[in-house]
Design a protein around this ligand. Structure first.
Ligand SMILES: CC(C)(COP(=O)(O)OP(=O)(O)OC[C@H]1O[C@@H](n2cnc3c(N)ncnc32)[C@H](O)[C@@H]1OP(=O)(O)O)[C@@H](O)C(=O)NCCC(=O)NCCS
Length: 157
């Protein structure tokens, strides 16, 4: 029987704030997509490390959308929150917003879902604490992801 204690999504939320610098931009003065993905990967990994207490590896990125360009000089906030946990894998929703601090305008620019696997010191997948969704929204997301997980497992057989 597992002795791992369930943790709520709130306990591992991670918020990264970055100022977009010219070296991170393309020739149009917009943040490079790859650079943004790097920030999102770091935020997601931190959430999963906080939840599990292990090193983690990225195994999948779903539905990464770029809704608006992000300009040099804007401040981006990357929020990563766990929505589902399996045995060794964990899925986070990552939202990115960009703020033009001169005019106090902030918009949601990106969302993505990323899956990480907890690894032990031999780099083998290791069991993580269960997730205990608290709100109705968290419970609904968890259920949706549990169905996807079962489909994924079926397709892998
Ligand atoms: C992470 C890794 C060790 C897992 O190995 P594996 O042989 O797939 O292990 P398993 O089949 O036991 O899967 C482990 C978990 O990952 C999940 N998983 C594997 N591939 C997945 C995918 N494409 N999407 C979602 N989940 C996935 C499995 O469902 C399982 O979850 P569960 O334990 O909650 O049921 C291996 O895939 C790996 O090393 N990948 C490279 C990771 C990497 O280098 N990332 C970039 C840098 S961090």
């Amino acid at each position: 029987m597992s002795t791992l204690h369930a943790r709520s999504p709130q306990e591992s939320i991670t918020i990264l704030t970055e100022l977009v610098l010219p070296a991170q931009a393309n020739l149009l003065g917009n943040l490079l997509g790859g650079q943004l993905m790097h920030f999102m990967d770091i935020a997601g990994a931190l959430t999963c490390r906080r939840h599990s207490g292990y090193e983690v590896a990225t195994v999948a990125v779903d539905k990464l959308e770029f809704k608006h360009p992000i300009k040099v000089g804007e401040v981006i906030t990357i929020t990563s929150k766990l929505i589902w946990v399996g045995n060794t894998s964990m899925k986070v929703k990552i939202d990115v917003s960009a703020e033009d601090t001169k005019v106090h305008v902030c918009k949601l620019t990106n969302t993505a879902y990323m899956t990480f696997v907890a690894l032990d010191s031999n780099c083998k997948p290791v069991k993580v604490p269960p997730l205990a969704p608290q709100t109705d929204e968290e419970k609904a997301l968890f259920e949706r992801e549990q169905k996807r997980y079962l489909e994924f497992k079926k397709s892998r057989k």
